[in-house]
Design a protein around this ligand. Structure first.
Ligand code: NAD
Length: 711
């Protein structure tokens, strides 16, 4: 027995059921919890003497987080019968709760998600706390499933079809106040009043008999016309297909279940939901998305170092050298969360440009309703600027984000030796230069580290924290903690050319160029990547990143991995002709039309013709394999060299750093789903192209042992 519920009785014969999983931060519904609740419901069904039931959580600010995702993830290996059975348990139990012989009220204080929301939907009333922490949602689609314990049928009956479609398909939660506005909650009140308000509501429900009327009403069909249903379905499906390109089936399955059940009596509608649920529960996509949830949770808890006794240093003030594309973004990220930041550059004009960029970050968010003018004022009040390096003397961390030239960076480090506080940490945002080597020029190599942000800083969640040979644990732990404070996801990686993400990305980017020179069209290459699920094709990405950046980064990789890295002279030709990509108006495509949209550019043709090596038809299959197999092989080398601590670091690094499709679970999970044997076969036709397609030792071992990267 789970022993997570306590059933007490308040004056006036009102039962109070408190859910409080001992030793856990949140309450979740796993099989033992459902079994205990079933016993309690059996007792309650026989208590006709009770006036009502209140359900609350014993954890202030944490109601119920939903189903136990470990159990859900394990369903990948279940038979269809087992899947059906596991779905039925919650369904049957919540239906019994909806028929208890007295009025029932859920008192929601804090996070109320998935199964947590569904149990409240099976009750007669909900009262929510009016605190910012109270978030009520059905986020099942985020892990590739649909609300499967009544949510798709009870929510539309309670708040109406369109608001329910919105909540279920977006997975976005609503606040307690919004829940009251939508009619989901009877009221939103301060948390300390929840029990009193619950008792009052039970008294009112009994006096007015409102609870019985509601039960009858909410069990009826929604009674919408066929036209209304068709219109809502077409609009919702069109919107979702536009957003997901059909690569995430759960929201579509949810829409269809909602529509099919809308005009049925509730009991029949619930059966529709059960059937629909089986289409997605235990699927590969759902399993991948659940794995990502756990990898994210692990990273959120990861202190970055094995020794858990290491305490991160306090960081109250941060300096950022460079007010360019990256520096302005980094300084703003700190100032936005209230960390006092100083942005430095060589002259006032550049500082002024940096400040424009800083304001733009928050102004852009104000435009879409995600920030207020107060947020802008608060950010600006935390952001100072200077051209005088001596002002870094009171900073705990100094982030260097200046020009990507080693001698320029190390000259600055030497100057800083006499200016920085002796115990301060110096972090470099370099994309390619060795942290161990540059650390030798830093005032204190043990307090020198890589802190690699991605562009655009305000939108990209990843920070690679790069450990040089001399970097101390305390430095790593401090930068990991600081990255989390500015709401980023840090991944600690070892020092190697390209670190993790660029090292794995560049083989893919360069293979795209190779395919172009062999005869594939730009559109065909980009299309293959988009079909695979990438947010942008590799040719389009080259233009966005900048061909100069791509070229110089490529040179670093060629020098470091000369046996397999390729760099076509095409890039050099384009850079020398001033075609730097989007920022210069042309690269592979041109960007001179409206809103800088990419267009084909006839002036690119001579560059292609000069460098062309072939002109053959190349299938989409070959393009896809040649883009992603080298990316996978480089990932296995990263694992072999212990550049990361876990395979999950590679997958999360790519998902957060380059938008690798989450539904595939990352490049390593994708490879697991293809199978090592099959990958060996897929590589065969390409091994003549060189070492970049040669199976690595890790791949060969996986194939011979029949093992997977994630066992
Ligand atoms: P940028 O050219 O936009 O900005 C660099 C700024 O540094 C300029 O304003 C320059 O005046 C200033 N600067 C140069 N020397 C200085 C000094 N001694 N003191 C103070 N300021 C100085 O470059 P960026 O794109 O912001 O790149 C900065 C760093 O971030 C580089 O190391 C780059 O590799 C890295 N990075 C860039 C990206 C990207 O996509 N642009 C992504 C990740 C990391």
């Amino acid at each position: 027995m789970a022993n997570v519920f306590e059933l007490t009785e308040l004056d006036g014969k009102i039962a109070l059921l408190t859910f409080d999983a001992p030793g856990k931060k949140v309450n979740t519904f796993g099989q033992p919890v459902l079994a205990e609740l079933t016993e309690i419901v059996t007792q309650l069904e026989a208590r006709e003497d009770l006036q009502g039931l209140l359900l609350k959580s014993g954890k202030p600010g944490q109601f119920i987080a939903g189903a136990d995702l470990t159990e859900l993830g394990a369903l990948m290996h279940a038979t269809p019968e087992q899947l059906g059975e596991s779905m039925k348990v919650g369904h049957a139990l919540f239906s019994r709760i909806s028929k208890l012989p007295f009025p029932t009220v859920a008192l929601i204080d804090g996070n109320c998600m998935g199964g947590g929301t569904e149990i409240t939907l099976s009750m007669d009333y909900r009262i929510a706390a009016d605190t910012p922490k109270t978030k009520i949602g059905l986020p099942e689609v985020n892990v590739g499933i649909i609300p499967g314990w009544g949510g798709t049928q009870r929510l539309p009956r309670l708040i109406g079809l369109n608001p329910a479609l919105d909540m279920i398909c977006s997975g976005n939660p609503i606040t307690g106040k919004k829940a009251a506005e939508l009619g989901f909650a009877f009221d939103a009140v301060p948390p300390e009043h929840l029990i009193d308000e619950g008792r009052r509501l039970i008294a009112y429900a009994r006096e007015s008999d409102d609870w019985r009327k509601r039960r009858t009403e909410l069990a009826l069909p929604l009674g919408l016309s066929e036209d209304q249903l068709h219109f809502s379905q077409a609009t919702a499906e069109g919107y979702i297909m536009g957003k997901t390109k059909g690569q995430y089936p759960a929201p579509i399955v949810a829409i269809r279940a909602i529509m099919k059940g809308a005009n049925l009596p509730l009991d029949e509608a619930l059966k529709v939901e059960q059937e629909a649920s089986l289409e997605v529960v235990g699927s590969e996509i759902s399993t991948n998305l659940i794995a990502i949830f756990f990898m994210n949770t692990r990273l959120a808890r990861d202190p970055g170092v094995a020794d858990t006794s290491i305490v991160p240093r306090d960081v109250n003030r941060v300096a950022v050298f460079g007010s360019g594309l990256m520096g302005a973004g980094i300084a703003t990220s700190h100032a936005r969360v209230g960390i006092r930041s100083l942005m430095l550059d060589v002259d006032d004009d550049r500082i002024a440009d940096g400040m424009k960029r800083a304001r733009k970050v928050v102004e852009g968010r104000i435009k879409i309703g995600r920030a207020t003018y107060d947020d802008l004022a608060n950010m600006l009040s935390c952001l100072d600027t200077s051209t005088d390096k001596s002002h870094v003397d009171d900073c705990d961390v100094v982030v260097e984000a200046i020009t990507e030239r080693e001698e320029v960076k190390t000259a600055l480090y030497k100057e800083l030796a006499g200016l920085m506080r002796d115990d301060a940490i110096l972090a470099s945002n370099t994309s390619t230069i060795s942290i161990t080597r540059m650390g030798k020029s830093a005032p204190h190599p043990e307090r020198f580290v890589g802190m690699h942000f991605f562009f655009p800083v305000d939108r990209m969640q990843l920070v690679e924290v790069i450990r040089g040979d001399d970097t101390s644990d305390e430095t790593i732990a401090t930068i990991v903690a600081l990255s989390k404070r500015i709401k980023k996801t840090p991944i600690v990686v070892g020092d190697c050319p390209g670190f993790l993400v660029n090292r794995v990305l560049l083989p893919y980017m360069n293979e795209a160029l190779q395919l172009l020179l062999e005869g594939a069209s730009m559109d065909a290459i980009d299309k293959a990547a988009l079909r695979f699920g990438m947010p942008m094709g590799p040719i389009a990405l080259q233009d966005v990143v900048g061909l100069d950046t791509s070229y110089y980064a490529g040179m670093t990789m060629v020098n470091a991995y000369s046996d397999r890295a390729i760099l076509t002279p095409l890039l050099k030709d384009l850079v020398e002709a001033g075609r730097m990509g989007k920022k210069s108006g042309s690269g592979f495509r041109k960007y001179t039309g409206k809103k800088g949209k990419p267009e084909p550019d006839a002036e690119f043709t001579p560059f292609l013709e000069k460098n062309r090596v072939d002109n053959r038809e190349i299938s989409q299959e070959e393009i896809t394999q040649r883009l992603f197999l080298p990316m996978f092989l480089e990932s296995t080398r990263v694992l072999e060299e212990n550049i990361v601590r876990e395979p999950g670091d590679v997958d999360m690094g790519l998902i957060l750093g380059i938008g690798f499709p989450a539904f595939r679970g990352g490049i390593l999970r994708w490879a697991d789903s293809v199978g090592a044997d099959q990958i060996l076969k897929d590589l065969e036709p390409y091994t003549q192209l060189g070492k970049r397609f040669e199976p690595t030792d890790m791949l060969k071992q996986l194939a011979s042992s029949g093992k997977k990267i994630y066992e």
